[in-house]
Design a protein around this ligand. Structure first.
Ligand code: ATP
Length: 274
């Protein structure tokens, strides 16, 4: 197995996933090559069931590939611990903790921060949490219970919790899927600001093509199951991106192109059977 160049953060080499075995097996991901560089903001889009979440499970080591290899910083994934931040559609904040304590949680449990947690939780860590809450407009709610927050505020707190420990990888699975359009657009801007400031490497799974085009620096379109990457585009709209960008002709044309790619990419099984 050859080591990968270290400037590439993550490399998929012919990575395939089949759930189950034999006749009952479900091929979710065809052997796939994918390279992620440090600081990329990659959006994965495609029809339901194409394997987007499967890729997130692979990257977060919840699932091992059936075939192929994954490398992280030039070494096989799993060889060294990587720091991952995650945010999903359900904010899953802990209701018995305040907003501040929820955001501080990764500093309590993730190395190397946890070693100093007791000493720093009232000083340096608290300042760090409060600075992030200030940035996303939640500082006045730091001592509130999470059930006192609106859906949009919960997702702001959720983003803070996913970023507070400076993850090597930020994994976002439909994080704004349950929000109304206006709140969602506000959160796009918040996430963009956080990304520009700290440049984490992000993989965003979304069904919302405008969200992908507004936020991402790169978009991969996947085919219907068994998933494969059928389009890989660099998105180079100037940053910071204003929300009015979504009405610009180039933006609308991009969303239309992505949509056509998704709608018109045949299911390989059906095509082969025809
Ligand atoms: N544990 C499992 N056992 C069997 N099949 C599975 C399992 N998990 C996922 N699948 C199947 O693998 C395929 C890919 O699933 P995955 O959740 O990655 O798709 P997705 O693109 O994230 O879908 P969605 O957009 O609907 O969330 C789907 O057809 C799904 O039914």
């Amino acid at each position: 197995m050859t080591a990968q160049p270290s400037e590439k953060l993550m490399v998929f080499e012919k990575v395939g996933v089949t759930y189950g075995t034999g006749d009952d097996g479900t091929e979710a991901l065809q052997p796939t090559d994918l390279t992620l560089s440090k600081g990329d903001f990659l959006a994965l889009v495609g029809p339901s069931g194409c394997g987007k979440s499967t890729i997130l499970k692979l990257v977060s080591e919840v699932l091992a590939p059936t075939t192929g290899n994954i490398f992280f910083s030039g070494r096989e994934l799993g060889a060294t611990p990587i720091r991952v931040g995650m945010a999903f559609q359900s904010a899953s904040l802990l209701p018995w903790m305040t907003v501040r304590d929820n955001v501080m949680l990764p500093l309590k449990i993730v190395p190397p921060f946890k070693a100093d947690y007791r000493a720093k939780r009232r000083g340096e860590y608290r300042e760090r949490v409060d600075a992030l809450l200030e940035k996303v407009g939640l500082i006045d709610f730091a001592d509130n219970n999470t059930w006192e927050l609106s859906g949009g505020m919960m997702q702001r707190a959720n983003l803070c919790r996913a970023l507070i420990h400076e993850p090597d990888l930020l994994l976002l699975d439909e994080p704004f899927g349950a929000l109304d359009q206006f709140t969602r657009e506000e959160l796009w801007q918040t996430l963009q600001e956080l990304w520009i400031e700290t440049r984490p490497t992000v993989i965003l799974v979304t069904h919302d093509l405008r969200e992908a085009a507004y936020l991402a620096s790169r978009i991969c379109v996947m085919s219907p199951r068994p998933g494969r990457i059928v389009d890989d585009s660099v998105i180079d709209f100037v940053r910071p991106r204003d929300i009015d960008l979504v009405f610009e002709p180039d933006f609308v044309a991009l969303v239309q192109r992505l949509r056509n790619k998704i709608v018109h990419t045949p299911n390989i099984r059906k095509r082969n059977a025809a």
